[in-house]
Design a protein around this ligand. Structure first.
Ligand SMILES: Nc1ncnc2c1ncn2[C@@H]1O[C@H](COP(=O)(O)OP(=O)(O)OP(=O)(O)O)[C@@H](O)[C@H]1O
Ligand SMILES: [Mg+2]
Length: 284
């Protein structure tokens, strides 16, 4: 576990300490938690993936991480600060690209800068500079030439690339992706894996990726967490020690598919209510 060595010296970037969340008071009184006993420590710059059955609490975990929901119990620290409300240091992208149809691609990407400080107050003055930045980012993900098109003129994969640019334009320290590639065909999905890999390699923001695709999680992440059925708990932590940089050929090796099979086994056990789900693994 080469990368884990760094854990001992640096404070974790994301630190969940025994976090529980019930969606409302009534559910809480009935002891009905959407996620429970979450202990998680993520290193600065680490790429983690979360997999688990539908409804297990993955999106809930994301809401907690961005401060959209406060825990019922426990504590969350991000970048050394307790989370007390919606976080500005993160960018998000979801399964549906959700670009605004009346704005061009570049104007969609610029949107966070119009909303988030410190950019907001200088937006009018620095618009040219910000627009250059947005255009550079779009170039980087292969959308050169599409900057001034409208979302409906782009394919699904292109729209998703633009959403990732929008999530990254304010240079967040953390990128949260909730099934961002779920709606795409296999080839486009793999293309976007590589784009995300390259952006992450270059900028080393923290990534939390929620996915149903185990191959995706193993290809991209440093660490994969498996969540159990509702109430959601992290029951397995798997370090992915495959060397980087990782190329798509890696996904055809035995080494790679062995890890995917291992994870598939854990998910299968959880879905059938088997042994794995009863033995929570507290990450170190
Ligand atoms: N706003 C809400 N109010 C009450 N319960 C909620 C709310 N949102 C989610 N839940 C419940 O919390 C649990 C976890 O939901 P969550 O959306 O986090 O699951 P998920 O793992 O993201 O599922 P999927 O893979 O289908 O996206 C579910 O039982 C769900 O019904
Ligand atoms: Mg979800």
């Amino acid at each position: 576990m080469g990368a884990a060595v760094a854990d001992n010296t640096a404070a974790p970037f994301v630190d969940f300490q025994d976090v529980w969340l019930a969606y409302n008071e009534e559910l809480r009184r009935a002891n009905h938690f959407a996620v429970e006993a979450i202990d998680l420590k993520v290193r600065q710059g680490e790429f983690i993936a979360i997999v688990g059955p539908s409804g297990c609490g993955k999106s809930t975990f994301m809401k907690l991480t961005t401060g959209l929901k406060m825990p019922s119990m426990g504590r969350i620290m991000i970048d050394g600060q307790p989370v007390t409300g919606p976080l500005k240091i993160s960018g998000m992208a979801f399964q549906a690209p959700s670009l605004l149809p009346w704005r061009t691609t570049v104007d969609n990407v610029l949107l966070p800068l119009e909303i988030v400080e410190p950019y907001r107050s200088s937006f009018k003055r620095k618009r040219k500079e910000y627009e250059e930045r947005a255009r550079r980012l779009l170039q980087k993900v292969g959308l050169g030439g599409y900057e001034d098109k409208f979302p409906w003129q782009l394919s699904g994969g292109m729209q998703q690339r633009a959403s990732i640019c929008r999530a990254l334009i304010h240079e967040p320290k953390m990128l949260l992706l909730d099934e961002p590639f779920g709606a795409l065909d296999a080839f486009t999905r793999e293309e976007l894996w590589c784009i995300l890999r390259d952006l992450w390699t270059e900028q080393r923001f923290n990534v939390i990726l929620v996915t149903h695709d185990l191959r995706e999680s193993v290809f991209l992440a440093d660490t994969v967490y498996v969540m159990s059925k509702s109430p959601g708990r992290f029951v397995v932590r798997r370090d992915i020690e495959l060397p980087r940089p990782r190329e798509l050929e890696l996904t055809y090796t035995k080494e790679f598919s062995d890890i995917v099979h291992e994870l598939r086994g854990h998910i299968g056990a959880i879905r059938s209510g088997g042994a794995t789900s009863t033995a929570p693994v507290i990450p170190q």
